[in-house]
Every structure is written in structure tokens, then in C-alpha cells.
Design a binder for this molecule. Structure first.
Ligand SMILES: Cc1ncc(COP(=O)(O)O)c(C=O)c1O
Length: 388
């Protein structure tokens, strides 16, 4: 059979069932489409999922959630935000939009997560926030990061775009340790609302500020003004806010997806373990697993081609594509993008670990509804390419 005869294997695929479809239809029939009862329900459900007692604010992306969380922490021009270069641009760009300066640091070569020692060396008296990114759904060393932040009064905002559900020391990321945690529900994430995100925080003040800033800086949201028992047309603008609320149609999907979050994680883990077993004799650095007893969300499965592999990374991804298997690369580090390179005066040799990881990295397809036949095809194609 020729490659064209095989169906294409996507890099990722949303896992949407009849429940999500029915929930959206119900929402559309209800007559209330924008932020309202379903968004509130979704917030309450995420809070309960995290163990309760956590404030949650639904937003239309993690990008917006990071912006709101940073703003709520009081980030201002002149402040510095330390984060990893091995991430998506949104992690650091939110700081730029508030006039602050991202300070990028290198990663740990095993986990590809931010290196706490590099954070320690980058701290200055301008450091306001540290932003760990739980890459691919594997928790950063939160104890080491909090030990740097807490005594210095530095805030910690977790970029948990990949990390639902991920644990650190047996607690879900977002359940307590940091000052705020931001999830993404973008279409390729572990649970999705198409576009969407959520800020989780133990601080009432941070949650209140995020709530006001997500909707124009208004004192009350649209549902309260038009439909709730407290209904009245009056509102006040109390701050220079943004527009990044989550629609009820999206929240309706999120409510159903959250119910399946554990199931999706379990399926992803089975696939990751299958890949591990199938690739262990190949010239690949396999992704780090979570410590014993911890949960890895397995949003991504990032392999790195070892020195001596019979094929380069670029030829590998081309060959996978020719076999109709879509791969990706996580990440092109921020310091290798023209904007960041120039704006922060960065060069590759300032980040030797991330630069090397990028040159070898390939993210293989991984999604909860991936069939065994699809997994088999990925496995046999990777093995054929790497056994030469
Ligand atoms: C690490 C990381 N942070 C933030 C984001 C932004 O998420 P969103 O698309 O929900 O704004 C992404 C999205 O891919 C991401 O991977």
C-alpha cells in the first residue's frame, strides 16, 4: 500500500461526544449565549475538581488569563517576569502588554521544564512574578520554585495550559501552591472549549480583580444586569478593563469535557506508556515520566533524536508527513523568534539546553481518541525511520 492509501493521522484531535453537542444545543435554545449560568457552573465545577475552596474565573483563552493574573498581581512597567524560553509566546507576551520585561531562562535537560537554579540566578530586585510552565503536562519542581519566590515576596503564576490534570506532591496543579494558575481550553488541549481558559487562585482579591478586568472593568456582569434576581440596568466602570469573558456556549462544552478529564488523562497515559515501550531501544531521548504516584497530563509526547540517529529532525518530520502522520515541534524557543531575539537582545548560546532540545525535538501525535491502529502506524513508522 502507498502512503496516500492511509488515512491522515492528525497531530491532535478534540474528543467531543454527544454530551457536548447536546449541551451546546441546550444553551442555544436557552436564549442566553454569552457569559451567564453555564460559565458560572463551569467555574464552580473546576473549583470542585481542584478540591474546593479555590476561586475560578472563566476567560476566553489562557493568553487572556495570564494577562488578567499578571495585572491582578500588580505587574507594572519596569517590573520583571522570569519564565522559560521553552514555551509558547503567550506565556511571556502578557508581561510585555503590561509594560513589564520578561526575563527568559534555560531549562532542565531531562524534564524540559524551567530550571529552578537558573531562576535563582535571574532574580533581581525588579522581579515581580515567576511563571513556571508545566511542559507537556509534567509538573515543574514547585517546591524549588516556591522556595525562591516566597522569602523574596515574588508572586508565582503557573502557566498550566498543558496541565489539567497534573499533580505535584499528590495535589492537583492549581489546588493550592502558587498565587494563581492559568489553564487553556484551546482546541488541542487536554480538555477543550474550542477557545477558552480559566484562572484559579486561592486569593479572593486576585479573583475579584480578574473578574472585573475580564469584562471592561465593569462592576457587574451582563447576566446580573439583565437576567438575574438582582437585575438592574445600572453598572459602573471601575477600572480600565479588557474583554475576555467566556461564552456560555463554550462553557457548556467545558462542563461536559471536565467530567471526562480523568478518563482522557488515563487514555493519554496508556498511549504514552505504549510509545515508551515501543521506542525504548531507538536512538531517542524519551519524555520524562512523572515521579512515582504523580499524574502527568500527557498533553504532549516530545521525543528528542539522539546524536547518531540515522536521520535529522527535519528529515524525520518530513518523512512522517509523507507517511501522512502529522507531528509538531515543542517548542521553537522564544529566544529563536525574531521578535524576542531583538526585543530582549538574546542569542542561542545564552540558552544551550533549550537550543539543543529544540534542534532534536519532535512531538508525536497523542490524543485521547487515538485508535490502536493509529498508534500502531505511528510506532511502526517511527521504528522504520530510526532503525535505518
Ligand atoms: C504553554 C502555553 N501557554 C499559553 C498558551 C496560550 O493558550 P490559549 O491558546 O488558550 O491562549 C498555550 C497555547 O498553546 C501554551 O501552550
Amino acid at each position: 500500500m502507498d502512503a496516500e492509501d492511509f488515512p491522515e493521522i492528525p497531530f491532535s484531535a478534540p474528543d467531543i461526544g454527544e454530551e457536548e453537542i447536546a449541551a451546546v444545543v441546550d444553551c442555544m435554545r436557552s436564549g442566553w449565549l454569552t457569559t451567564g449560568p453555564r460559565a458560572k457552573q463551569f467555574e464552580a465545577d473546576v473549583s470542585a475538581f481542584l478540591g474546593g475552596g479555590i476561586h475560578t474565573v472563566a476567560v476566553n483563552s489562557a493568553t487572556a488569563g495570564l494577562l488578567l493574573a499578571f495585572e491582578a498581581m500588580g505587574l507594572e512597567p519596569g517590573d520583571e517576569v522570569i519564565t522559560t524560553t521553552y514555551t509558547f509566546t503567550a506565556t511571556a507576551m502578557a508581561a510585555v502588554h503590561l509594560g513589564a520585561k520578561p526575563v527568559l531562562v534555560d531549562i532542565d535537560p531531562v524534564t524540559l521544564n524551567i530550571d529552578p537554579e537558573r531562576i535563582r540566578l535571574a532574580v533581581t530586585d525588579k522581579t515581580k512574578i515567576i511563571v513556571p510552565v508545566h511542559l507537556g503536562g509534567l509538573s515543574c519542581d514547585m517546591d524549588a520554585i516556591m522556595a525562591i519566590a516566597r522569602p523574596r515576596g515574588i508572586k508565582v503564576v503557573e502557566d498550566a495550559a498543558h496541565a489539567l490534570p497534573t499533580t505535584w506532591k499528590g495535589r492537583l496543579i492549581g489546588a493550592d501552591s502558587a498565587d494563581a494558575t492559568v489553564y487553556s481550553f484551546y482546541a488541542n488541549k487536554t480538555i477543550t472549549t474550542g477557545e477558552g481558559g480559566m484562572v484559579a487562585t486561592a486569593s479572593q482579591a486576585v479573583a475579584d480583580r480578574c473578574r472585573v478586568m475580564r469584562l471592561h472593568g465593569m462592576s457587574r456582569d451582563a447576566f446580573d444586569r439583565y437576567r438575574s434576581a438582582k437585575s438592574t440596568w445600572y453598572y459602573e466602570i471601575v477600572a480600565p478593563g479588557y474583554k475576555c469573558n467566556l461564552t456560555d456556549m463554550a462553557a457548556a462544552v467545558g462542563i461536559e469535557q471536565l467530567k471526562k478529564a480523568r478518563l482522557f488523562q488515563a487514555r493519554r497515559e496508556v498511549i504514552a506508556k505504549r510509545y515508551h515501550e515501543a521506542f525504548k531501544d531507538l536512538p531517542l531521548i524519551l519524555p520524562a515520566e512523572a515521579p512515582e504516584g504523580e499524574t502527568h497530563a500527557w498533553h504532549l509526547y516530545v521525543v528528542r533524536l539522539k546524536e547518531g540517529a540515522p536521520i535529522s529532525r527535519d528529515d524525520f518530520t518530513k518523512a512522517m508527513s509523507a507517511a501522512r502522520i502529522n507531528c509538531s515541534v515543542h517548542y521553537i524557543p522564544l529566544h529563536m523568534h525574531p521578535y524576542w531575539k531583538e526585543a530582549l537582545e538574546l542569542s542561542d548560546n545564552m540558552f544551550p539546553v533549550a537550543t539543543d532540545a529544540y534542534r532534536r525535538a519532535v512531538s508525536l501525535p497523542l490524543y485521547s481518541k487515538m485508535t490502536e491502529a493509529e498508534q500502531d502506524r505511528v510506532i511502526s513508522t517511527v521504528r522504520n525511520l530510526l532503525l535505518g
